[in-house]
Design a protein around this ligand. Structure first.
Ligand SMILES: Cc1cc2nc3c(=O)[nH]c(=O)nc-3n(C[C@H](O)[C@H](O)[C@H](O)COP(=O)(O)O)c2cc1C
Length: 167
């Protein structure tokens, strides 16, 4: 027999900290041309045909109304060595892009270079999901780099341990 137990929100959050993910910076440009970005570990592959990904965005994030209204966004999976980009885009300041090399992509979305994976997306829906919104994106352009991605696990940012690099 299957029984249900009370599930406390914090226990699910703690349990999911055991699920390793990558770490991404999601960017866009609003209708006035201002650039926006936030750090996200809640990124998933959703579909192959059409190619789609999802990004989990906090409903209370300042950038939420922007990301649910734009015509394009980009997901940058960070590589080892880009830990400071993750902190920079998580602190909600206005000068996230200061001093960073940026190219303009699909629909003028600011693109970060030299990342492990870059996906340029056309929005395919925003699905309310509890205290978050799932941004669905159809991938219009994908580019991979030669670098190892950063890993987010146990509420911390890590690099892959490579046995061939052990001391
Ligand atoms: C390691 C890490 C992972 C994060 N993952 C997410 C995420 O998946 N979704 C999200 O909405 N916020 C996530 N955040 C928090 C946002 O990056 C942060 O709240 C955002 O910069 C706030 O944006 P705002 O200034 O528009 O409110 C994460 C932060 C860190 C440090």
């Amino acid at each position: 027999m299957i029984t249900t137990a009370t599930v406390y929100p914090c226990s699910v959050r703690d349990a999911m900290a055991h699920w390793p993910t990558g770490l991404a910076v999601v960017t866009t440009a609003d209708r006035d041309g201002w650039w926006w970005g936030f750090t996200a570990h809640g990124v998933s592959h959703v579909s192959d045909r059409p190619p789609m990904v999802s990004v989990c965005l906090d409903r209370d994030a300042r950038c939420r109304p922007v990301f649910t209204a734009v015509d394009a966004f980009a997901v940058h999976v960070l590589r080892a060595g880009q830990e400071t980009l993750a902190s920079r885009f998580a602190d909600g300041s206005a000068d996230d892009f200061d001093g960073i090399a940026v190219e303009c992509g699909f629909e003028d979305v600011p693109l970060l270079s030299d990342v492990a994976l870059r996906l340029e997306c056309r929005p395919a829906g925003a699905v309310p999901a509890g205290d978050h919104v799932l941004l669905l994106g159809e991938v219009v352009r994908a580019r991979t780099g030669p670098h190892e991605p950063l890993i987010y696990l146990d509420n911390g940012v890590r690099r892959l341990a490579r046995p061939d690099r052990a001391a």
